[in-house]
Design a protein around this ligand. Structure first.
Ligand code: HAM
Length: 424
């Protein structure tokens, strides 16, 4: 086939049926769970003043390398959102809602990432954020919400990793120890890690090329304040109480720099090694303030919809719903009977397809067969004269009718009721 002049931009795809129906079903399930837990939906803009996202951390790839940034016609510096948390905090700072403010969201995020399976430049996230309380039980409730969502999809191979990054006040001592450690092993670090070390030593822990050195680095758990340690103990006790399994991963750092205290990540063993994270989140107690709002704490998570569904594929769970038509209208009359019948059936809630362009009976029956419909509703000149239609099974006997009956005649005025009854 000749290559078309335009292709979808690198790292993006056209999502089609049945994937689109499956995504909608997953999002509906998430919306349902979030609503049950007291979260209302927020739809923030897809782009913001770039400054909103710079707070995510200049040392993070998401900001330093992957931001889709441009100047708009008014000379403003704009960026497509790489995630929702910063927008939610910007909205909080702007709108000052009553606390606790619990919101959930769904939509595309944009990162100029290196595309591969499970890693796209436009990908969908669902997530939830709760602002205005530093109660660690809220951290547990957020983790539980994501956990219930995965469980309801049928995903059982999900591992939850949790860690505490402590309070900002705990950081300097730890960063000092961490920097001293990495400096003592500088010649073993990759060039990239050495550059990162100057900007943010925490992120060296996350460097895929420096796993061996990172594995022996000092851990933040040994530097936590009493309050942060107590909060983390409440989180793990809460997870125990709810029967949610987890592993404490003392070197878990996240790709964004705003986190304090609890951080967590969900990984699925069914995915390729580089993209096992199907979701993650944590506390970000200083972010709203950094965006010019009041000093309110926050906690939340985002899940990658694309990756979650890839994990479902690997586990053979949450199949795509069937989206085909149930009935195919075949019309070989001179008049617009095909149009009238199809619209009548659709108005009656029956998923109906038909062929166009006045095709022959044979061609229409072939199309009916290919469509996957169970029943054909046929109208020809004879049927018009007797004010009836013929209803024919496309797969075996007519459902709910005596054995061997594959076709029946139905009064034109009864067509929706009869077909609905046959389809059960
Ligand atoms: P994140 O870990 O950067 O966190 O992204 C969350 C999830 O989005 C990832 O676990 C992954 O499943 C998915 N994801 C990220 N990048 C891509 C990509 N290029 N292609 C496909 N999927 C991707 C956040 O975004 C934070 N806002 C989470 C959060 C909310 N923290 C607190 N509140």
């Amino acid at each position: 086939m000749a290559r078309s002049r335009f292709q979808a931009p690198t790292g993006t795809r056209d999502l089609l049926e049945p994937d689109t129906s499956r995504i909608r079903a997953a999002v509906d399930a998430f919306a349902d769970k979030a609503g049950t837990a007291g979260f209302g939906q927020i739809v923030p803009p897809m782009f913001e003043d770039s400054g909103v996202f710079v707070r995510l951390g200049e040392a993070s790839d998401v900001v330093s390398k992957e931001l889709y940034e441009f100047e708009d016609k008014g000379g403003r510096s704009i960026a497509l959102r790489p995630e929702f948390t910063a927008s939610v905090c910007r909205a909080f700072a702007e709108l000052r809602p009553l606390v606790p403010w619990k919101v959930w969201y769904v939509g595309p995020s944009f990162r100029y990432d290196k595309p591969q399976k499970g890693r796209y430049r436009q990908f969908d996230q669902v997530g939830a954020e709760a602002l205005g309380s530093d109660d660690p039980e809220l951290d547990v409730e957020l983790i539980a919400l994501a956990w219930r969502f995965f469980a309801d999809l049928g995903l059982t191979d999900v591992t939850l990793m949790v860690n505490s990054l402590g309070d900002f006040a705990d950081r300097p001592r730890y960063l000092e120890a961490l920097t001293a450690y990495f400096e003592s092993r500088l010649d073993e670090l990759s060039e990239q890690a050495r550059a990162t070390l100057v900007k943010n030593p925490l992120r060296v822990l996350d460097s895929k090329r420096d796993v061996a050195v990172a594995a022996e680095a000092p851990i933040l758990a040994d530097f936590l304040s009493e309050e942060a340690a107590d909060a983390f103990a409440t989180v793990t006790a809460g997870l125990d109480l709810l029967g949610i399994p987890y592993t404490v991963e003392p070197r878990l750092v996240r790709g964004l720099d705003y986190y304090t205290r609890t951080t967590f990540e969900f990984v699925s063993s069914g995915l390729d090694a580089a993209q096992t994270a199907i979701g993650g989140g944590g506390r970000y107690d200083g972010l709203v303030e950094a965006l010019g709002g009041p000093a309110v704490p926050g906690v939340g998570f985002a899940l990658g919809v694309d990756r979650t569904l890839l994990a479902c594929d690997a586990a053979e769970v949450f199949p795509a719903p069937s989206v085909g038509v149930e009935v195919w209208v075949v019309s070989v009359t001179e008049g617009p009977d095909g149009l009238a019948l199809s619209e009548e059936l659709r108005a009656g809630g029956v998923a109906t397809g038909r062929a166009y362009d006045g095709r022959s009976m044979k061609a229409q029956m072939k199309a009916a067969d290919r469509s996957g419909a169970r029943i054909a509703v046929i109208v020809g000149e004879d049927e018009v004269k007797s004010d009836t239609v013929s209803v024919r099974s496309l797969r075996g006997d007519l459902p709910g009718r005596p054995e061997g009956e594959q076709q029946m005649t139905v009064a034109r005025s009864e067509v929706v009721a009869s077909v609905s009854a046959l389809l059960g």
